[in-house]
Design a protein around this ligand. Structure first.
Ligand code: AP5
Length: 224
């Protein structure tokens, strides 16, 4: 069986985290989400967190030189030997090149770049209604995926909170940054033959089924 080295691409709120959680369950892969790593650093008050918070609250990207080492260290780690799911990295061409270099140094290659697409209007609706578990990052939406008890996580009962960068003005900035700095990666991975596209406006279960079918096909092709 081939190792699965997957990256998830797409605008903020397209459902990358939602799909990553399902893929991690399906394939038992380690999951590295740069947004989660940076938010944890902010909570810890570490040096990384102090630098990251300024950029995240403004809806900007954290500088490449700050984030690349954080991710490469994990991809190179012992629990990623059979593969990984990267969510939110790479987000710029220099990040993609740094990942490519690190993966090839390990004698490996990326399996696919999974692009979950959603238009800006849908992203705004989703992010403004998103609520997350204050303890374990479980994700809900006040309209599309409400918890059973309003304001509390179904899985561990913790209070639900809104992310600081899900305020309307920051969402607009994040979208602008996505279109300017991250969309060039679509062509980058398409040219490399790694891009697979998914319609993120479908139901989460439908998006998941499509991604799983695509991964099954990739595995079959690699066995031929
Ligand atoms: P990050 O945390 O990665 O945020 P993001 O990419 O903007 O993505 P989100 O987590 O907002 O959305 P998602 O696509 O995961 O959607 P979700 O599944 O939650 O990054 C935050 C910040 O960190 C960045 O702005 C930047 O500052 C910094 N950063 C991170 N990585 C960096 C990097 N590599 N370089 C530099 N800086 C970096 O879903 C959203 C909502 O929609 C939820 O409420 C969900 O329930 C709902 N939903 C999901 N799927 C569906 C569906 N199919 N139908 C209806 N509703 C759905």
């Amino acid at each position: 069986m081939i190792e699965l080295n997957l990256i998830l691409l797409g605008p903020p709120g397209a459902g990358k985290g939602t799909q990553a959680a399902r893929l991690v369950d399906d394939f038992e892969l380690p999951y590295f989400a740069t947004g989660d790593i940076l938010r944890a650093a902010v909570t810890d008050g570490s040096e990384l967190g102090t630098v990251a918070k300024r950029h995240m609250d403004a809806g900007e990207l954290v500088p490449d030189e700050v984030i690349c080492g954080v991710v490469i260290e994990r991809v190179d780690g012992p629990n990623a030997r059979d593969g990984f799911v990267l969510d939110g990295f790479p987000r710029t061409i220099p990040q993609a090149e740094a990942l490519e270099e690190a993966v090839s140094k390990l004698g490996r290659r990326l399996t696919a770049a999974l692009l979950v697409e959603a238009p800006d209007a849908e992203v705004i609706r989703r992010l403004s209604g998103r609520r997350i578990c204050s303890k374990n990052q479980h994700t809900y939406h006040v309209e599309f995926d409400p918890p059973k008890n309003e304001g509390f996580c179904d899985q561990d009962g913790s209070p639900l909170i809104q992310r600081d960068d899900d305020k309307p003005e920051t969402i607009a900035k994040r979208l602008e940054v996505y279109h300017a700095q991250t969309t060039p990666l679509i062509e980058y991975y398409d040219t490399a033959g790694l891009l697979r596209r998914f319609d993120g406006t479908r139901l989460p279960t439908e998006v998941h089924d499509h991604i799983r079918a695509t991964i099954a096909t990739l595995r079959l092709e690699s066995d031929l």
